[in-house]
Write a protein that binds this ligand. Structure first.
Ligand code: FAD
Length: 551
């Protein structure tokens, strides 16, 4: 196994100006378009093998699908149902690697699969299936599946319907924060030498002698345009992959089929599940209910999407589908639309197959090659990003037969904030953070979410919390968090902070409303915004809150 290096403090991030300057200093060996998990993963793999690497993202890192998933690092139970044993083995192994490289961000989550009369899985099938899953995914002995009697299942989850329940299976999954995972990859790529920048859009390809040699890019913050040159260009734009491919001519061969997945967030009191559950919907699909701090989120839908990839919205029928599913499965729960705190919609960039319904389309990733040299990659899952990256970089390297690069190293690379020995080390650190919060007069219970969010880097935020007599300590802490987000995590817009760095838009919209003025003040001062810019940012936040909460 590859050795892991554990550095002690986050190195300072280069400034936006410096990164912008570097982008014009090509040609790079590799330019990656799209700062979702796929693009960020490719950037880390390439930079750590010694390729000069650039990554650009038209909005914020993880703006697309990579902040709108179910936030699970799956072992691929659904692939087992499709008898794709190779994929189950691969994603199972990837889960373990991710947990090791970011134990604060990829945390074990036991999942309950209730077995019900008329449900998708019977007792025998669940027992055999979950055992096979443990075997293929090489699940550690302590985490292997446990079959439960009806009574044991009800004790685990008293909200289940005793009349329909026949038993249950408990199995191992992992939970993550998808946007922060993507950011951690982008930051790790920068620390490995890549030049990665958000708010830079690829407008057109630069083509010389029928070969793609980079892009004409636009800085989305100041509108300026500039050229980024590269020997190889990868299009990792998820739902936008076909739009980019078609910039060089009509689409040939395979194309994408976008399907929309919606999640709704409810207050924990309205759906007080004791742990994550994967349960049956009357139409034969399965969905998740996942408790997270003060809320439970439920998802997802799966419907063909033909609209603008920048604007997937939540339709009333999406919400109704999810609420009806919960109401049908848990007899004591009666949810209505007014119980929904917020929600999000994401697009799966799947590969089209004639005659297949959205739920039957393969989740496997595929690479498309154009005669002009452009490499595009789509499909796949958060969970498999590392292997996807490896395949793409192997391909790029194979196009450079006269040069030698190091082999793929990402199996042993810690992600930003992940300087821990193991999960036990994370638990120990949470204890230390509790002590520091107590000393500052802040609630200790924040320690777990703080460590899951920032890993060891939360020390840098706590170090900045110098108590000032004229301000409540919560405000001092929030200012320190905003400063860290700007100085270390490339925040450029207020939405970056509320949506993708802290997840407040979806998980605590009231907290977001309350703290919006202070955060905007702090951002104005740190980023030298004019009053007009601040007003624009404020309006964007109001629009986002309206879209997410319906209020
Ligand atoms: P994206 O994250 O969409 O990234 C593409 C990026 O390209 C975007 O940020 C976009 O702004 C940028 N871009 C577009 N055009 C340009 C341009 N011209 N110039 C520069 N940048 C550009 N997987 C799991 O493993 N576990 C789960 O629990 C899970 N749940 C899911 C639930 C739902 C509802 C959905 C939709 C997906 C889920 N997935 C899950 C799958 C996973 O989220 C996706 O496979 C993954 O996030 C796709 O990442 P990506 O980087 O390919 O695309």
């Amino acid at each position: 196994m590859t050795n892991v290096t554990i550095d002690s403090a986050p190195p300072a991030s280069p400034s936006r100006e410096e990164l912008r300057r570097r982008l014009t200093n090509g040609p790079f060996d590799l330019l990656i378009i799209g700062g979702g998990v796929t693009g960020a993963g490719i950037a880390l793999d390439a930079a750590s093998r010694g390729l000069t690497t650039a990554l650009i993202e038209k909005d914020d890192f993880a703006y697309g699908t990579s902040s709108r998933s179910t936030k699970l690092i799956h072992g691929g139970l659904r692939y087992l149902a499709q008898l794709d044993f190779k994929l189950v083995r691969e994603v199972g192994r990837e889960r373990a690697i991710l947990h090791r490289n970011a134990p604060h961000l990829v945390v074990p989550e036991s999942m309950l699969l209730p077995i019900t009369k008329g449900g998708a899985y019977g007792k025998l099938m669940t027992a055999v299936g979950l055992s096979l899953y443990d075997f293929l995914a090489r699940v550690r002995k302590a985490d292997r599946r446990r079959m439960l009697s009806k009574q044991e299942t009800l004790t685990k989850e008293p909200l289940l319907d005793p009349d329909r329940l026949r038993g249950g299976g408990l199995y191992a999954e992992y939970r993550t924060d998808d946007a922060r995972l993507t950011l951690a990859l982008a930051l790790a790529a920068i620390r490995s030498g890549a030049t990665a920048l958000n708010y830079v859009k690829a407008d057109q390809f630069v083509i010389t002698d029928d070969c793609v040699r980079g892009v004409m890019a636009r800085d989305m913050l100041d509108g300026s345009t500039f050229e980024i040159l590269a020997k190889h260009t990868v299009n990792a734009t998820g739902p936008w992959v076909d739009a980019l491919r078609s910039l060089t001519g009509p689409l040939r061969g395979k194309r994408l089929h976008l399907t929309k997945g919606v999640h709704v967030v409810l207050s924990y009191e309205k759906l007080p599940v004791r742990q994550s559950i994967y349960f049956d919907v009357p139409d034969g699909r399965m969905i998740f209910a996942i408790p997270a701090d003060d809320v439970t989120y439920v998802g997802t839908t799966d419907t063909t999407y033909l609209g603008d990839p920048d604007k997937p919205g939540i339709l009333p029928e999406d919400t109704t589908y999810l609420l009806d599913a919960v109401n049908a499965f848990f007899p004591s729960i009666t949810l209505s639309e007014s119980d929904v705190i917020s929600g999000w919609a994401g697009l799966r960039p799947l590969i089209h197959k004639e005659g297949r319904s959205p739920s039957d389309l393969s989740r496997k990733d595929e690479i498309f090659l154009e005669p002009n040299g452009l490499i595009s990659i789509a499909g796949g899952k958060l969970t498999g990003y590392r292997k996807m990256a490896q395949r793409v970089v192997d391909l790029v390297v194979s196009r450079e037969p006269n040069r030698t690069f190091e082999p793929c190293r990402t199996e042993g690379l810690r992600l930003a904030g992940g300087r821990f020995e193991d999960a036990e080390d994370v638990r120990h650190f949470i204890g230390e953070v509790q002590g520091r919060l107590r000393n500052l007069g802040l609630t200790e219970s924040r320690a777990t979410s703080l460590v899951h969010r920032y890993g060891r880097d939360c020390e840098a935020i706590l170090d900045c919390c110098i108590t000032e007599a004229d301000e409540p300590i919560q405000d001092t802490f929030l200012r320190a968090e905003v400063r860290f987000a700007v100085e270390q995590e490339m925040v450029q817009r207020a939405a970056d902070f509320f949506v993708r760095r802290t997840g407040k838009l979806h998980f605590d919209p009231e907290g977001m409303r309350r703290t919006q003025p202070l955060v905007l003040d702090e951002l104005q001062s740190l980023l030298s915004w004019s009053d007009e810019r601040k007003a624009e940012e404020s309006k964007t936040l109001d629009d986002l809150l309206r879209q997410a909460t319906g209020r």
